[in-house]
Design a protein around this ligand. Structure first.
Ligand code: SAM
Length: 395
């Protein structure tokens, strides 16, 4: 029996969600690099491009990218002021798919003022061909690796990518395959994780685990590089896939997390109840203790402990927030609550006096300035008993 290829069917819901996350990030990424002439060139690499659409005509990753570029680069658009050269690179090992893509782009997007390059090579070769350009300090890059399976973003490719300056990374990975076949040599050669350890990882946590415990641990201690996962369930939970994002810039992480929190308002990281929360995902919790997301409750405790442990300034708590997978708005709500309970001291570092109420300066523009604005600490001996408890415990 002949297998029906990926693009000869309609994309399923999981694939459409993955593409929506790609689209969301491209949309956030483009203005950062196209609105100011910070870099000589902007490059977007789609190394597993496919023919451009599925059987139903839904746009695949190449059309997602080009459609997002249209407002900046269309000859007919009003905003023709983007003077930065944009290069888009599409690769696929299957020449028929790239031929189909090339014809499609010529037909539909010939009016875009960007250079589109096509290659028909296995990923490892296409990556090697472009590595010098990706490493060039004068280019800003977005690399999309929409592989089938698990093996392409191996340890050496990941280490090369995280050392490239101004290169954000989005890759897809079929994480549950790693858990299911962890004892097999074909998996162990890419993910040398002990069977014992893997048995302790819940199936619904596998993508989060691979991101945090495998990829994040590849990052050298002296290297600022940030990763974040978005888990995607398919086949009623039988398979967990996901996107992994990487960037050396916290603004990139913030933008990715914004995209994720728009998709999942409970944990910002999955299309299912990853922490067994009863809130959201179509459930209506009856008990008050089920009305808060567990992850947010844990984060609240973490923020409280972080302030007690190190009296952080606004830059440190901004970074702590994003590295924990949350957005500044989540931390701001917690800090406001602590301020409302009159336990939090927010000191303006310039005047040495109390800062204005609700002024926490949790934003990229304050992070990137070299001098912090405020410092957070607790009044008197420490946090009062009730502040450390969750809403549920207090009610
Ligand atoms: C999951 S599909 C990606 C689809 C595409 N990004 C889209 O949105 O439609 C994977 C694609 O990778 C291609 N592919 C498989 N192995 C490859 C390899 N080693 N190097 C490059 N492309 C490969 C396949 O031909 C297929 O088109």
């Amino acid at each position: 029996m002949q297998r029906i290829g990926f693009h000869e069917r309609d994309y399923d819901a999981a694939t459409l969600l993955k593409l929506e996350i790609f689209r969301g990030y491209v949309r956030e990424w483009l203005p950062v690099f196209l609105s100011k002439k910070q870099f000589e060139q902007v490059h977007i690499y789609d190394f597993f491009a496919g023919p451009g659409m599925d059987a139903a005509g839904n746009p695949g990753s190449p059309l997602v990218i080009l459609n997002e570029l249209r407002p900046y680069l269309s000859v007919s658009s009003d905003s023709q002021n983007c003077a930065i050269p944009v290069h888009v690179h599409f690769n696929d090992v299957d020449p028929d798919k790239i031929n189909a893509l090339e014809a499609l782009v010529d037909r539909r997007l010939a009016d875009l003022r960007c250079k589109v390059e096509y290659s028909r090579k296995p990923f490892s070769e296409a990556f090697e061909d472009n590595l010098t350009l990706i490493q060039d300090r004068h280019t800003a890059n977005l690399v999309i690796i929409d592989q089938c399976g698990i093996k392409e973003v191996n340890e050496s490719i990941f280490r090369l990518l995280i050392q490239c300056s101004t290169t954000d990374l989005l890759f897809f990975i079929s994480s549950s395959i790693i858990r299911r076949f962890i004892t097999e040599g074909s998996i162990q050669q890419y993910f040398p994780i002990a069977e014992e350890t893997m048995r302790g990882v819940k199936s619904k946590h596998i993508h989060r685990y691979i991101c945090h415990e495998y990829y994040r641990k590849q990052i050298p201690h002296d290297c600022d590089y940030f990763v974040a996962p978005f888990s995607i369930e398919k086949d009623a939970g039988a398979n967990i896939y996901g996107v992994i994002f990487g960037s050396s810039v916290l603004l990139g992480l913030e933008k990715f997390l914004e995209v994720c929190w728009r998709q999942d308002t409970v944990t910002g990281e999955a299309n299912y109840s990853i922490d067994d929360d009863l809130i959201g995902y179509g459930y209506l919790p009856l008990l008050p203790e089920d009305r808060d997301a567990k992850k947010l409750d844990v984060f609240r405790q973490d923020v409280i402990a972080f302030i007690g442990d190190c009296s952080p300034d606004n830059r440190a708590i901004y970074r702590f927030t994003l590295e924990s997978g949350f957005l500044p708005k989540h931390t701001t709500a917690i800090l406001r609550e602590l301020q409302g309970q009159d336990v939090l001291l927010v000191t303006d570092l310039e005047s040495g006096k109390n800062a204005r109420k609700n002024s926490f300066y949790l934003a990229w523009k304050y992070y990137k300035s070299s001098s912090p604005r405020v410092r957070l600490s607790y009044k008197t001996a420490g946090l009062n008993e009730t502040s450390g408890k969750s809403h549920n415990e207090q009610s």
